[in-house]
Design a binder for this molecule. Structure first.
Ligand SMILES: Cc1ncc(COP(=O)(O)O)c(C=O)c1O
Length: 450
């Protein structure tokens, strides 16, 4: 169970709330850093602090941009499956975008209605799909003929009918920074194949699988409203043409997302307000798509701004004229995939305690405690001189934090994750780490999955 993966800390009454802020609202930097210090005294460092009010703000903001009658927001669990965060997404009416058995369990823990969830991702096994159907999921994003056959087998063995969306890898690439469509990839059916051999592809779906939708996810961090609209326009066009050619009803149109937000740097995302009129217009102009539910998936836009990583300065050290700021966090807690060179290196902003704000500026390499030069989360960062023992914080880290990092490397503790609203702590937990003993299995060489 997902519960086994997270440890909950007991919360004492009023613990961690900011005594100095009259209204209890965390606003002033002094208050914020004393709040951090109180939390550090209870839970240790480093920790992720999530602000529930920011999650609400982002969900409302995204909803206000989308066509009102037919749109739904799906929260992408991959961005942050922490029960405190997903619980807020549930409260604010998001559906679940899930891609693994662990995410299904996380959604169950958070109380999501799984009959409204979408299950996707490449390389799904029949066993995994059986588990998803038994858990109550009824909509699946299909990435290949293999996937369609596995879903058909799973639906038949459970004796349920399910809905399938064809995920498409379009011919042309979008303007997103990290394109996952329009380039060679493991995701989705090739648009060309659906246009040439669509009937044959559809025939691989068994009787328990109803083809009712199209799913296109162009990429993450799509630059601005105009680029997003460009993606959505293309999606509607491709979806209408393909559903028409293949003669299936377009009941669900998953337009993906890619709504941008800064990652671990100060600031906010670009102005997305032009989306409202643009999407309304697109909706009005569309034909088959007008009768469909429009689904939008989002991870980072919904939760990145809610998170702050608070960490302690362990040492400031000079080597060959470079200064190293050694923190008690690193690529095992933040940006691990980037540390490994899997995605472009990122840069961070470090916020320092107000008492240090006027200190002379230094330039540092921001590193952690792992025994590898790869454990570097910021290069040539300028900040006021800080001292060992100081708390410093990294903003906009509510998405792709712990679970997108190399958590197990070097076996250091996982960070505490704490949810608050207006300075009142609502929940605290941390991911389990370490090895657990497995019961010995008799059969070997099995590829069967669970
Ligand atoms: C299919 C799909 N949907 C949604 C997301 C969430 O993206 P983001 O966090 O940028 O909103 C991803 C991220 O990789 C994805 O692959």
């Amino acid at each position: 169970m997902y519960n086994n993966m997270s440890i909950s800390f007991p919360i004492k009454e009023n613990q961690g709330s900011i005594s100095s802020a009259e209204s209890g609202v965390v606003s002033h930097l002094d208050d914020l850093f004393s709040f951090y210090a109180e939390i550090a005294a209870t839970y240790g460092t480093p920790f992720y602090l999530y602000d529930a009010a920011k999650i609400e703000e982002q969900v409302l903001s995204l909803r206000s941009l989308l066509p009102t009658e037919n749109s739904d927001i799906l929260f992408s669990f991959k961005s942050n499956p922490n029960p405190s965060v997903t619980g807020q997404m549930k409260i604010h009416g998001c559906r679940a975008d899930l891609t693994s058995p662990g995410e299904i369990e996380a959604a169950q823990v958070a109380g999501f209605d799984l009959s409204k969830a979408l299950y996707g991702g490449p390389g799904k096994s029949e066993g995994e799909l059986i588990g998803a159907i038994l858990a109550g999921i009824r909509s699946f994003s299909m990435e290949s003929v293999h996937d369609l056959k596995a879903l058909s087998g799973a639906a038949a063995s459970v004796g349920e009918s399910v809905k399938a969306l064809l995920r498409i890898n379009p011919q042309e690439a979008p303007k997103a920074k990290l394109a996952m469509s329009g380039v060679a990839s493991q995701f989705g059916f090739e648009e060309e194949d659906l246009r040439s051999d669509g009937e044959e592809i559809m025939a691989s779906a068994g009787p328990g699988v109803d083809l009712v939708g199209i799913h296109i996810y162009w990429g993450t961090q799509v630059g601005d409203a105009e680029a997003l609209l460009d993606c959505f326009r293309r999606t509607v066009k491709i979806a209408e043409e393909i559903s028409n050619d293949l003669r299936f009803p377009l009941e669900i149109l998953n337009l993906g997302g890619g709504f941008p937000w800064p990652y671990s740097t100060i600031g906010v995302g670009p102005d997305l307000s032009p989306l409202t009129a643009g999407l309304e217009e697109l909706f009005e102009e569309s034909s088959a798509a007008k009768n469909a539910e429009w689904w939008f998936e989002s991870g980072r836009f919904l939760c990145a701004s809610s998170g702050t990583l608070v960490t302690r300065v362990m040492e400031v050290k000079t080597s060959k004229e470079k200064q190293f700021l050694i923190l008690d966090t690193g690529i095992h807690h933040l940006g691990g995939m980037s540390g490994l060179g899997r995605i472009p290196r990122f840069s961070i902003d470090l916020e320092v305690p107000p008492s240090r704000a006027n200190n002379e500026k230094i330039q540092v390499e921001v590193v952690g405690q792992l025994c590898t030069p790869l454990d570097c989360i910021g290069r040539r960062i300028k900040l006021p001189q800080v001292e060992p023992g100081d708390l410093v914080s990294v903003p906009n880290t509510g998405a792709y934090g712990p679970t997108a990092s190399v958590l197990g490397f070097l076996s250091r503790p996982t960070p505490a994750e704490i949810l608050h609203r207006d300075g009142e702590i609502l929940s605290a937990n941390r991911l389990r780490s370490g090895h657990e003993t497995l019961e010995q299995r008799k059969s070997h060489h099995t590829h069967e999955s669970h």
